[in-house]
Design a protein around this ligand. Structure first.
Ligand code: IVH
Length: 676
């Protein structure tokens, strides 16, 4: 037992150390210790703070991943108003802007502009006092926003303290930095997939996702969202004087703040227009949404001379990219049933060309979205494609209504199986409750066969549809019992193609553990988490036997995920699917690569284990002894409390009982691997 004083000292020391290493890592980009060493310090501090809550402190570095939830946001006054920007919609308007600038300044020499990608996120102002992050607020109406300090502090890219770079101007005593908080498209899609699986409403686009994530009263939610930021300007600045916007951007960068590396200096209008064309050509390949280019007169003295209008400065303009939007007619709203039974309303449109493709369908997300946008069947609508996001219906053209439009209601019966449709309390989505619904079965099979799952080559949507329609396959396990003769009964199959598909199916019988876990479609377990779980638990048996506490101890596994995994393995249908897959010869490989010895040591601690059958490598007494040493309780009969049944040769009725109860079963090979 440590004395209170010793604990306190260690806590202070750890906080100091972590702050220092944060600085090395985030501000200097020059870490002194490895990530693992950092994690160790961090976890030690977390553990101490948990055990000694009397030493908790709101400015502890651990607070970065969560502050106590707020009741409501406090107002955040912008010391210098955050203006908005005038837009140029085409080249003509850009030329006008440039000529106006020239005329107002009364100069004939070329005007140098900074060109910065206009990030599509939400604007935030961050106040640094003597280099330390003090407060942060959203833009709001430009004069007053919301104080979102704890939330902004969870964004990894935003330093808590600025770095005094030797080649940068000294750090100002007071500085407000303006930045755009955004989310990468990939992260946005992943977040939406997770929300969908979770029965939560999806975000319509990355900007909404970023805004929704930042404006959370509970900052621990923000901390789990993959937010990023790019800084583009300053508000208040007490200290060094700058000559140009370009110098400001460079200083921000050197002080450790993220600045978009695609920003450039453009010498004159022609160079500015070239930049626009280049960026637009790269737009689809950028990891984030950009809705145009922001041009600013580079010289600050000229900016001052040009001055401001009420809402926007005269020295800057946003030259917007054409929105990929078009108008068309919403013919019908049909409902699609996904693998988890979620019903998604899909807009069927009169085909319309948009950004190089013909759009026929667009997602409407869910009932709430349809109601919020007041979209009706028969409406003329605006549709849009943002980057690679699936097209969506933006809004109805209400003025074009003629009274024949109809409101959409969710069907009470599943369109695929006629089963009951319900909207569970707290869920934004409607679900088909029939587990035998063919649409769900097809969805599950498509997921199982998918490239990131079992990767069964040649097993596409059409074939899956035929197999399910004809009742030849109802679960993924059935795939492994298909024969060439079965496939030859389907249209389009010849001897060779049937043979190929059967071979492709059988080739997947020894999947990587991570792929197998993902293929099962455990709610909330995507490819990334599947890989983490495979790495941490090493074998399927170990994961199946993992208790809630074991799961939650894994970095990246939260409460919901841990519960979801437990619920998955406790479900009888899933239990049967796994048994059937194993009986069909599917055996995921063990993932030993990243497994830490500690994982093996800890595995048995507190678990109730039963042995059955004869082990070839040791006697039952020996096995019992080793399990006890590893911290397990060895029991003689299987019950619902049993965590693992270890099976040797010729197992008895215990195996049947364990299976009936859904107890994890481990064969000798796996057992040996898990012994410390
Ligand atoms: S400068 C007085 N630069 O666009 C100048 N804004 O419509 C004010 N934005 O509220 C803004 N990237 O949310 C500026 N490189 C950039 C920007 C940018 C995105 C957003 C920002 C602002 C809005 C103005």
């Amino acid at each position: 037992m440590k004395s209170q004083e010793a604990v306190r000292q260690r806590i202070d020391e750890l906080r100091e150390l972590i702050r220092y290493h944060n600085y090395r890592y985030y501000a200097l980009d020059d870490p002194e210790i490895t990530d693992a060493e950092y994690d160790e310090l961090f976890r030690e501090l977390q553990a101490l703070e948990k055990a000694y809550p009397e030493f908790a402190s709101p400015d502890s570095p651990t607070a970065r991943v969560g502050f106590p939830p707020l009741e409501a946001f406090e107002p955040f006054e912008h010391p210098v108003p955050m203006l908005s920007l005038e837009n140029a919609m085409d080249e003509g308007e850009m030329v006008e802007f440039h000529l106006r600038v020239q005329k107002l300044l009364g100069v004939t020499e070329p005007i140098v502009y900074t060109a910065e990608p206009k990030m599509d996120g939400l604007a935030v102002e961050i106040l640094y006092e003597n280099g330390l992050l003090v407060r942060a607020g959203t833009r709001g109406d430009g004069y007053r926003g919301e104080d979102v300090t704890p939330n902004v502090k969870t964004i990894r890219a935003i330093p808590w303290s600025l770095y005094a770079h030797p080649e940068a101007p000294p750090i100002p005593s007071v500085l407000t930095v303006r930045c755009e908080v955004y989310m990468n498209r990939r992260d946005f899609h992943a977040l939406n997939r997770q929300r969908e699986a979770d029965g939560e409403p999806v975000f319509a686009n990355p900007r909404n996702a970023a805004a929704g994530s930042l404006r959370q009263l509970d900052s621990s939610i923000t901390a789990r969202r993959p937010l990023k930021a790019y800084c583009y300007g300053v508000g208040v600045l007490e200290g060094p004087a700058f000559q140009t916007q370009w110098d400001i951007l460079n200083a921000l960068k050197r002080w450790g703040l993220p600045v978009n590396p695609l920003s450039r200096l453009c010498d004159g209008l022609a160079a500015a227009l070239d930049y626009y064309r280049d960026l637009e050509a790269r737009r689809a390949d950028l990891p984030y949404e950009v809705d145009g280019v922001v041009y600013k007169v580079n010289r600050l003295d000229w900016q001052e001379r040009l001055g401001e209008k009420t809402r926007s400065p005269r020295w800057a303009i946003a030259y917007k990219f054409p929105a990929h939007q078009a108008q068309t007619r919403l013919r019908d709203i049909q409902v699609q049933v996904g693998r988890t039974g979620v019903l998604t309303p899909v807009a069927h449109l009169e085909p319309v060309p948009l950004a190089g493709v013909v759009i026929r369908r667009a997602t409407l997300h869910n009932m709430d979205e349809i109601a919020r946008k007041d979209i009706r069947i028969g409406d003329h609508v605006v549709v849009q494609r943002a980057g690679d996001v699936i097209p969506e219906v933006v809004r109805p053209l209400v003025e074009k209504r003629d009274g024949t439009e109809r409101l959409f209601t969710m069907p009470a019966q599943c369109p695929a199986c006629g089963g009951p449709v319900v909207r569970l309390t707290g869920e934004a989505v409607h679900r088909c409750m029939n587990r035998n619904c063919p649409a769900q079965i097809e969805g599950a099979l498509r997921h199982f066969a998918g490239r990131e799952a079992m990767n069964i080559e040649g097993l596409g949507k059409q074939i899956i549809h035929l197999l399910v329609e004809r009742g030849m396959v109802t679960t993924p396990a059935d795939l492994y019992h298909l024969t060439e003769a079965d496939l030859l009964k389907l249209p389009g199959f010849a001897e060779k193609s049937a043979q190929n598909l059967i071979q492709a199916i059988h080739k997947t019988r020894r999947p990587e553990l991570a792929s197998f876990l993902y293929a099962l479609g455990i709610p909330l377990v995507g490819t990334y988490l599947a890989a983490v779980l495979a790495d941490r638990f090493g074998s399927f048996e170990a994961l199946r036997a993992a208790r809630y506490e074991d799961l939650i101890a894994v970095e990246g596994v939260g409460d919901k995920v841990a519960e979801s995994i437990r619920r998955y393995f406790e479900n009888e249908d899933n239990e049967k699917l796994i048994r059937d897959l194993f009986e069909a010869g599917v055996r995921p490989k063990e993932a030993t690569a990243g497994k830490t010895p500690q994982a093996a040591d800890e595995f048995w601690k507190g678990k109730t284990v039963v042995l059955t059958g004869t082990l070839s490598s040791m006697t039952r007494e020996e096995a019992t002894e080793r399990l006890r040493q590893a911290g397990a309780r060895v029991s003689s009969s299987v019950s619902a409390k049993t965590d693992v049944l270890v099976v040797g040769e010729k197992p008895g009725s215990k195996l049947q009982k364990a299976r009936a109860l859904g107890v994890a079963v481990m064969d000798e090979e796996a057992f040996l691997k898990h012994l410390p």
